[in-house]
Ligand binder design. Structure first.
Ligand code: ZN
Length: 190
């Protein structure tokens, strides 16, 4: 589905939008406003068929991200998709902090803010991440593979770091035309 779908509270900000470069502010109180934002973010992520979404991508700066890797899970090959089966989806993380990283793994990565762009990105194979839940509980989980990759990608967003920053010079040159068009479109949307 495209952005601007009727009924959606937010459109997805794409590369070139200045809010994507902002650092998220920690959420001080997990209240109904925060839970409403979370539910709008989930709706936007599912409408865009995304694996994850961070607040900046809907023009907000609360330190919140959402992930749902269930469509990518493969019970026959848990290591390929690499999700931690103990983690219920969707995963909503408020004020996430990555406490530990281990190993390395390179795989193709995409982003709703970079439509139609996929590049191989090296990430830590495993992470331990601490966050608050929408019920205002402190939670720590260990994730590997795809889920670990998604968590690192979303936490990057909350720090104003984008997929393009993870690309090599050669990758950037290869998709320079696409990046330029994205920036132009984003400027025209205002
Ligand atoms: Zn992204």
């Amino acid at each position: 589905m495209k952005k601007g779908v009727i009924g959606l509270q937010y459109r997805i900000e794409t590369y070139g939008a200045s809010v994507l470069r902002e650092k998220a502010k920690p959420v001080e109180r997990v209240d109904d406003d925060v839970r409403r934002l979370v539910s709008d973010m989930l709706e936007t992520m599912y409408a865009g068929n995304g694996l994850g979404l961070a607040a900046e991508q809907v023009g907000r700066t609360e330190a919140i991200c959402v992930i749902d890797d269930s469509p990518s899970r493969d019970p026959e090959d848990p290591d390929k998709t690499g999700s931690d089966p103990q983690v219920d989806m969707p995963l909503v993380m408020i004020n996430p902090v990555i406490e530990e990283m281990a190993g390395e793994h390179t795989a193709e990565e995409g982003c709703l803010s970079f439509p139609d762009i996929f590049v191989p990105v090296p990430r830590a194979w495993e992470v331990i991440v601490r966050y608050r839940t929408p019920d205002d509980m402190e939670q720590t989980i260990r994730a590997h593979g795809l889920l670990s990759r998604a968590i690192q990608h979303e936490v990057d967003h909350l720090n104003g770091v984008l997929l393009v920053d993870q690309m090599s010079q050669i990758q950037k040159i290869a998709i320079a035309g696409k990046l330029k068009r994205l920036k132009k479109a984003s400027r025209e949307r205002g």
